[in-house]
Design a binder for this molecule. Structure first.
Ligand SMILES: *[C@@H]1O[C@H](CO)[C@@H](O)[C@H](O)[C@H]1NC(C)=O
Ligand SMILES: *[C@@H]1O[C@H](CO)[C@@H](O)[C@H](O)[C@H]1NC(C)=O
Length: 517
């Protein structure tokens, strides 16, 4: 059922216009809440430490976690120790893990200075490297990529800390006979993006990442196939609905950014139409669907002199990027906008809606800065808007997440006075390994911990949960995984936005007024 398109903001600060009024009347100004984005940034990076699999380092800050899954891959004769647990369970899913690392790397590329300014750059690189170290191991031969360890069905049968796991840790791969272009493409994108970051501080590692990225892209491109047809156990959890063409374009554009080699640009241009890059108009950006990301980056290339000769195709990419951004801004012709809750939250779908909110906040922020530095506006069907309108929307979404919402609750765990206390997360909901090293069995976890009405014993700081429904309502219950589970790619999309908003804190608010609506 489609909800009405009228945007009703019950929240004073999440809408631009009431804020303008408040800004102009100084007496009421303090009513406009201000959030501590620096703290949110620190917390968001901490979250990745709670999701770590493998042998934890001495500087591990999340101390309720311990070493786990130290024999991953052993059955298949490959070392797959490390990487990230995906969400509230203990499976390592390659596709969303790679998307998480691509998002984190993009954030650190775009907002490295701002992240460093908040004292968090080392943590950001650690979060990225925890993923890329794993991808290097998982890419054990040029045409072999291990894309999953464990499986959702046996994992979900138990409620266990990763430290105690007794569930299957079977590993699954894609190869020339069983291809998986989505996961090869996304992993290539992640490694290429990360290689940009390590170029200066660790050139050898950067080269290694790039080498793997190039091979993985070749593999995914040469042996085309849907990964969830090769790896059936992924289908019930991370089925690729959008297919693999978006990931191949995505990998190509990140490889182009990392190498500046013409062959990757050529790939992006020659496959623009055939792969849907210039034909699909999107209203979401997610672990499955990368088109909006490809389109946004392609459209930013347009501003660079050396790309002028490719203007025709890049402009087609730009028009699709604009479609996405205008849909978020509610400025497309009425049927192709992103819905909003009465409280002003972008609303895509019921299950883990926050992932889409976070990715749109990220793309809006990046594109806003792009427009700003090129002195440009965004042309939507209903209006032409300036960079400040884009960042204002991103900020309103982040402020909603941090507590400016009808539930008066922060959906970033650990932030502010009120946040979800019963996150659907195995290790957070069971007493910590440090406190009790005794084995907690498969069903014992369900019996003794899952069903408890009380709060989780461990706080999953920095996790962005699935969030409220289309009426801004949220039930903080462990079994309500649609709303209370968090995923690594939710938080990953917010890192850059927090850093950007933190850096601009204290700057004059007047640009908001000077919007060109
Ligand atoms: C879309 O806009 C048209 C004209 O602006 C209007 O008549 C129509 O009712 C709108 N449809 C929806 C679903 O809002
Ligand atoms: C949220 O806070 C506002 C203002 O303090 C209050 O009016 C409202 O009842 C609160 N809502 C909930 C769900 O607690």
């Amino acid at each position: 059922m489609k909800r009405g398109r009228v945007q009703k903001n019950t929240n004073m600060c999440s809408s631009l216009t009431p804020c303008l009024v408040l800004l102009l009347s100084f007496i009421i100004l303090p009513l406009c809440e201000s959030f501590n984005y620096g703290q949110a940034l620190s917390q968001s990076l901490l979250y990745f430490e709670s999701q770590r699999s493998g042998r934890l380092p001495h500087n591990q800050r999340v101390t309720w976690r311990h070493h786990s899954a130290l024999t991953d891959g052993l059955e298949q004769g490959v070392d797959l120790v490390g990487g990230y647990y995906d969400a509230g369970d203990n499976v390592k899913f390659g596709l969303p893990m790679a998307f998480t690392v691509t998002l984190l790397s993009w954030a650190a590329i775009e907002y490295g200075e701002q992240i460093a300014g908040a004292g968090e750059y080392a943590h950001a690189l650690e979060a990225i490297k925890w993923g890329t170290d794993y991808f290097i191991k998982a890419h054990s031969q040029p045409n072999v990529l291990w894309v999953q360890v464990g499986d959702g069905d046996t994992d979900h049968y138990c409620w266990q800390r990763p430290e105690d796991m007794t569930t299957s840790r079977r590993a699954y791969k894609v190869d020339a006979d069983n291809p998986g272009s989505e996961v090869a493409g996304e992993t290539a994108a992640a490694l290429a993006a990360a290689s940009i970051l390590f170029k200066r501080t660790n050139p050898h590692y950067s080269q290694l990442l790039l080498h793997h990225a190039q091979q993985l892209f070749e593999f995914g491109n040469k042996f085309k196939g849907k990964y969830d047809e090769s790896v059936g156990v992924a289908r019930g959890y991370y089925a690729s609905v959008s297919g693999y063409m978006d990931e191949l374009l995505w990998a190509a554009i990140w490889l182009y950014k990392a190498t500046e080699k013409e062959e990757y640009l050529k790939y992006l241009l020659e496959n623009a139409y055939g792969f849907g890059g210039t034909t699909w108009a999107m209203i979401e950006f997610s672990w499955d669907n990368k088109y909006a990301g490809v389109q946004a980056i392609a459209s930013m290339l347009l501003m660079e002199e050396q790309h002028k000769k490719h203007e025709a195709i890049l402009k087609q990419y730009r028009s699709k990027a604009e479609h996405y951004l205008c849909a978020c801004l509610n400025l497309n012709n009425n049927l192709t906008n992103v819905e909003r809750t009465p409280g002003g939250l972008l609303y895509t779908r019921k299950w883990n809606n926050m992932q889409y909110v976070a990715t749109s906040a990220f793309l809006l922020t990046i594109y806003s800065d792009h427009l700003q530095s090129n002195g440009q506006n965004l042309h939507c069907h209903k209006a032409q808007v300036g960079p400040h309108d884009l960042i204002a929307l991103a900020k309103s979404q982040v402020d909603y997440i941090l507590g400016s919402n009808p539930m008066n609750m922060s959906y970033l765990v650990g932030y502010g006075p009120s946040f979800p206390k019963r996150v659907h997360h195995r290790s957070a909901s069971i007493e910590s390994f440090r406190g009790n090293m005794g084995f907690i069995g498969c069903t014992q976890g369900y019996d003794n911990w899952y069903g408890r009405p009380g709060p989780n014993p461990n706080t999953l700081i920095g996790a962005l949960v699935g969030g409220p429904d289309d009426k801004d309502q949220f039930q903080d219950e462990r079994r309500n995984y649609i709303q209370t589970e968090a995923c690594t790619y939710n938080t990953a999309a917010l890192v850059g936005v927090f850093a950007r908003l933190h850096a601009s804190e204290g700057e004059s608010e007047t640009p908001l007024i000077a919007s060109s609506k």
